[in-house]
Design a protein around this ligand. Structure first.
Ligand SMILES: [Fe+2]
Ligand SMILES: [Fe+2]
Length: 218
């Protein structure tokens, strides 16, 4: 299975991808996904699907751990419970597509991305929770942006699936951001700006391994 991307070609396509994204998400991320990552993804369609499945499973697991840790926050509980269910549904859908396409589910090492953000977590709540929620918002926002960037180059079945994901991951981004802001009466804008900048470094700098959230090929 291979998909060829002509980066120079589809003017209409990139407009189409941008049109799929909510405006607030565009403004939130510091940089778009580089074309070099896009080509890397299309050269590795099987790893893209396997790592995508991993990401959905991890997203559900992160939401579940928040459900255990913050039982005194009703809005967080309802949002994270719904989110975990949706991520597991996405997981099932990706695994279903992999089976249909004969892609074997192998273990993959994690990309540097999530750890590259989490290493900046502050130690004590509410600071720690605020950081976890900002990172959650960033991961959802970047996933949403990458699905939208990929859509114009995918077969109809995968493109249709990713269009549904753009909608739900966009909603998850907003939920995480809302929950982060709700943790304190003070502004968290500086903290958001800090993580947005770290995220952009991870996205634009050379990376050794292709994954869904990799930087660019080194
Ligand atoms: Fe998802
Ligand atoms: Fe999500």
């Amino acid at each position: 299975m291979s998909i060829q991307l002509n980066i120079l070609q589809p003017e209409g396509h990139s407009l189409q991808a941008d049109d799929l994204l909510p405006e607030c998400l565009h403004q939130f991320l510091a940089c778009p996904t580089p074309d070099a990552w896009l080509q890397w993804a299309l050269d590795n369609p099987e790893i893209l699907l396997i790592d995508h499945a991993q990401c959905e499973k991890k997203a559900a697991s992160t939401a579940m751990s928040l459900l255990y840790r913050y039982v005194d926050q009703p809005l967080l509980l309802s949002k994270m419970s719904q989110l975990a269910r949706e991520e597991l549904l996405h997981f099932e859908q990706v695994v279903g597509l992999m089976e249909k396409r004969g892609v074997a589910y192998a273990h993959l090492t994690a990309s540097r991305y999530a750890e590259g953000l989490r290493k900046h977590l502050r130690s004590n709540d509410p600071d720690r929770l605020i950081d976890v929620l900002i990172i959650g918002a960033l991961i959802e926002a970047r996933s949403c942006e990458r699905f939208a960037r990929l859509i114009p180059y995918l077969d109809e079945e995968l493109a249709k699936f990713y269009r549904t994901l753009v909608k739900s991951e966009g909603r998850h981004f907003e939920d995480y951001l809302l929950l982060a802001k709700q943790q304190t009466a003070a502004s968290i804008d500086d903290r958001i700006a800090f993580f947005v900048a770290r995220e952009a470094e991870l996205i634009t700098s050379p990376d050794t391994t292709f994954r869904f959230h990799s930087g660019v090929p080194s």
